[in-house]
Design a protein around this ligand. Structure first.
Ligand code: F6P
Length: 568
């Protein structure tokens, strides 16, 4: 049952808001009233009783058939609890949800971020120079390339030693200060592409307002060889601005320099030139982006400046080419062969029809160690929503919880729960045929573990098999693996800059697919506001010398009083 309108201002004549216009034109039925949804509900009843052992036994070619290869990525989705009928219905759900039209609207630059009245054009960040994408009648592609070119000049100056600090020494250390999308992408990309990075440079990333983060990041750095990149779309974020001010004090304290040396040791990445100038950074050293780039979709914008300095402009461009290749695949491939669409639909399948609470991201590639953390913001800040685009409360589950660790570490910690726990956790295994670090038998062992895990999860071990191994009866139940635990296996050549771009775009568009089905706005994040506002109120209550007049609930008041009492 779809509940009534939540926000009365969207009713009747007030339908002139952009959100309402968008929705009026979309002609999409509420999710639970769509034909495919209802059919999936019935179908899921049967599928919940069906074991992957049966599905594989009934179709010897299943493991070859249920695969898709595109843009250099191979997806084996055969170890999912799906049949051809499931896929037909999920694809029908995508059609009925207007996915095709939504994709076109995004690529066209429509203001699909209706609550912030913005276009959503991270795809423009990797469009080739010759492309044309209009926002409010203006082609944004030349602006994108202008910034990329400016970044390249700057990155080369740092890499070559031509850019010098206050004492005339070249820069050796790059510290990116940012949080959320202004941190997670840069950290993840730096770690992922470390092999391609300039090893003469040291990279650090400061995000947390916890002073330890800054203190530890700089404790062994020479200030006169350090460049801070203050990365913040808004240039008002509490954590980033606090760390940026601390960095300025640290720098000036160390080099005993005048404020003017700030210009040699600080650059900014932001959409807010006024605040950048106020901070004292020369806006000539500011790298801009635009309100149509969401923070969590910005690692390939100027927010990737640290990445570009690390891997060089040429590799950065290769990464953009990878992104673009996946964009084109998403935009043009039929849904049944479309990697992001399939991944997105499978996530919807488990979240909504199997009550799955989480998705595990399991990269068997050490360089991708921060990829699960990166995906947490991308997925959960995008689709962790409780109302539809119109503001109606949803009557179905939206975004699952994403988490994960690189293999094989997780196998020796939480995989126990995936194999024998009581929850259904769908897993994405990511692996590469080749590694840049060829050490003995490591790679074969690593990949053997990927295949072993997906096999064990899907097929498990029956009581009969356990008994046949001579296990005493009392121990048998403990050693049984039910199996029927779903997974995707994604294989690719090697983790290169282009491949990283493809992988990130794959998940960006999977998130888009899911958000479209759930009819939520995947591009706002109002849910982060309340805590931020309350923190602003509480900060002076912790710092005031005189006892504050507290007006919170009794728990919060008590915690504040206790902290004040013990903090010195
Ligand atoms: O608080 C959430 C958020 O707005 C994210 O969406 C964003 O990536 C992060 O904060 C950082 O914002 P900014 O780049 O403006 O500092």
């Amino acid at each position: 049952m779809h509940r009534k309108l939540f926000y009365p201002f969207l009713k009747g004549d007030n339908m002139a808001t952009p959100a309402a216009e968008e929705i009026k034109n979309s002609k999409v039925e509420p999710l639970t009233r769509r034909k495919a949804w209802k059919a999936l509900e019935t179908h899921a009843g049967k599928m919940r009783e069906t074991h992957l052992r049966t599905l594989f036994a009934g179709d010897p070619k299943r493991g070859e058939r249920m695969t898709v290869e595109a843009a250099g990525l191979f997806l084996d989705y055969s170890k999912n609890r799906v049949t051809d009928e499931t896929l037909r219905l999920l694809l029908q759900l995508a059609e009925e949800s207007g996915l095709k039209q939504r994709i076109e609207a995004m690529f066209r630059g429509d203001k699909i971020n209706v609550t912030e009245k913005r276009a959503v054009l991270h795809v423009a960040l990797r469009a080739p120079r010759s492309a044309s994408i209009l926002v409010d009648g203006e082609n944004v592609v030349p602006q994108v390339h202008e910034v990329l070119d400016k970044m390249a000049v700057f990155a080369n100056r740092i890499r070559s030693g031509a850019w010098t600090g206050h004492s005339g020494k070249p820069i050796k250390n790059i510290v990116n200060i940012g949080i959320g999308g202004s941190d997670l992408g840069p950290v993840m990309a730096y770690e992922a592409l470390r092999h391609f990075s300039n090893r003469d440079l040291t990279f650090r990333f400061v995000s947390n307002v916890d002073g330890t983060d800054f203190a530890e990041a700089v404790h062994d750095l020479a200030a006169d060889e350090t460049l801070f990149i203050v990365s913040s779309k808004t240039f008002t974020t509490l954590e980033t601005m606090t760390n940026a001010h601390t960095a300025r004090e640290w720098l000036l304290g160390k080099i005993g320099g005048h404020q003017s040396s700030v210009a040699k040791h600080f650059v900014a990445v932001s959409t807010n030139a006024a605040e950048v100038a106020k901070f004292g950074i020369d806006t000539a050293n500011m790298f801009g982006f635009w309100d149509w780039v969401g923070g969590r979709y910005s690692m390939d914008s100027a927010i990737g400046l640290s990445t570009m300095i690390a891997i060089g402009p040429e590799n950065f461009r290769k990464m953009l080419v990878g992104f673009h290749e996946m964009d084109e695949h998403f935009r043009t491939a039929p849904f049944e062969k479309n990697l992001p669409v399939l991944l997105g639909l499978l996530t919807v399948w488990y979240a909504n029809f199997f009550d799955a609470q989480t998705v595990a991201i399991l990269p068997y590639e050490q360089y991708l160690k921060r990829f699960p953390a990166y995906l947490q913001q991308l997925t959960m800040e995008s689709n962790g929503k409780h109302v539809t685009l119109e503001g109606n409360p949803v009557d179905y589950t939206t975004c699952p919880i994403y988490w994960g660790e690189p293999g094989t570490n997780g196998q020796h910690s939480f995989y126990q729960l995936i194999h024998q726990g009581t929850r259904l956790i769908s897993c994405d295994f990511l692996a590469f045929y080749r590694t840049v670090n060829k050490l003995g038998r490591h790679q074969d062992m690593l990949i053997a573990n990927v295949f072993a895990q997906t096999e064990a999860l899907a097929f498990g071990k029956t009581p009969e098999q356990v008994k046949a191994e001579g296990t005493p009866d009392w121990l048998v139940p403990h050693r049984v693996f039910e199996g029927n635990r779903p997974s995707n296996t994604i294989l690719a050549d090697e983790l290169t800059p282009a491949m990283l771009g493809k992988l990130v775009a794959l998940y960006e568009h999977s998130v888009f697919t899911q958000g479209t089905i759930w009819q939520v706005n995947s591009f706002d994040q109002w849910g982060v506001e309340l805590g931020k506002a309350l923190a602003q109120r509480i900060i002076p209550e912790l710092e005031n010398k005189t006892e504050p007049d507290l007006k919170h609930d009794s728990s919060t008041n008590n915690l504040i009083r206790r902290y004040r009492k013990f903090k010195e």
